[in-house]
Write a protein of this length. Structure first.
Length: 317
């Protein structure tokens, strides 16, 4: 019996580690680049520290022999303050750096030796490669600022995935919507059998409120091995987290039959009386500053059971 329990816990631990590794590539971002001196020679052992300004969370790495550094599993969004240091060289500080979901931000830096003399300024340029770590195929990233600033009718992710040029409703690049893969914080929200809409579809509501979403990414035919399981589009979203400052939002939407037209192509349309509303609240802040954060989100929706206006139009015609 003890051997069975031990085997169970070992298998469970491996499964948890495996699921964490699988979700890491689609719920975080990363930063990479090269650190060199004025002559273009690599500086091995240089220190790169990135600080997420709203939360104070620090990420760091040291450069390898070729001057390259990689900081994985970074929090999406920003702004970040990045400091590059090396003994005997002047520090370089970069502010207002933002990271996108599922992509690697590139930061190349040249450090100058500490000197009282004013040296010459050299400007160099390099070709941006078509295939690189920060270009993994056609993708559209939709930030929280975009979600807040653009209008939405249904308050669902579908209103913003249409920003992808290849989108046509729920279809992408001509593929059936059932071939899409929808994940939120690494968890799959698919409809495997195609017998109904996505979770929450029958209630007319999204399973995750828009106020809780930090960023949305729509991938089409990527060659990134972390993105798989779809032939249409990979719709990947991550939710917000708290910061060192308390913040929140409140929203209320209302709609009734007075917002509907009475004619369609010159034909009178019969519309039933209805009232729908949605109320939501979001509050987030620190539990332990720079270490532990909390975010709470609540939503209340009311929608009476009734015939849809499209069915009424069909019955009238």
């Amino acid at each position: 019996m003890k051997r069975i329990l031990l085997s169970f816990w070992v298998i469970l631990g491996i499964a948890c580690c495996w699921s964490g590794a699988m979700a890491q590539g689609v719920t975080t971002s990363s930063m990479t680049g090269f650190i060199t001196d004025d002559k273009g020679d690599a500086l091995p052992g240089a220190t790169v520290v990135a600080v997420h300004t709203p939360s104070g969370t620090q990420y760091g790495a040291s450069t390898l022999a070729d001057g390259r550094f990689v900081i994985p599993a970074m929090r999406v969004g920003g702004p970040y303050k990045v400091t590059v240091t090396f003994v005997g060289y002047q520090d370089q500080v970069y502010d207002n750096i933002y990271l996108s979901l599922g992509t690697a931000a590139t930061l190349n830096s040249k450090l100058s030796e500490q000197s009282l003399e004013l040296g010459e300024i050299e400007v160099t340029a390099s070709r941006n490669e078509v295939f690189s770590s920060d270009r993994t195929g056609a993708a559209t990233n939709i930030s929280a600022e975009t979600i807040t600033s653009l209008p939405t009718i249904s308050r669902s992710i579908n209103d913003f995935t249409r920003l992808t040029p290849q989108a046509n409703g729920r279809s992408f690049s001509g593929q059936d919507s059932r071939f899409n893969n929808i994940s939120i914080d690494g968890s799959i929200f698919n409809n495997s059998f195609g017998l109904a809409d996505q979770p929450g579809g029958r209630t007319g509501q999204s399973p995750i409120s828009l106020d809780a979403i930090e960023e949305i990414q729509v991938n089409l035919a990527p060659y990134d091995v972390r993105q798989a399981g779809f032939t249409g589009a990979g719709i990947n979203a991550v939710t917000r987290s708290g910061t060192n400052d308390f913040s929140g939002s409140v929203f209320y939407t209302f709609r009734n039959n007075d917002f509907l037209g009475t004619k369609a192509r010159g034909t009178e349309v019969i519309s039933a009386n209805f009232d729908t509303y949605q109320l939501g609240l979001r509050v987030g802040g620190p539990i332990i500053k720079t270490n532990c954060f909390s975010l709470s989100m609540g939503r209340l929706s009311a929608k009476p059971a009734q015939l849809q206006s499209s069915r009424l139009i069909a019955a009238k015609l």
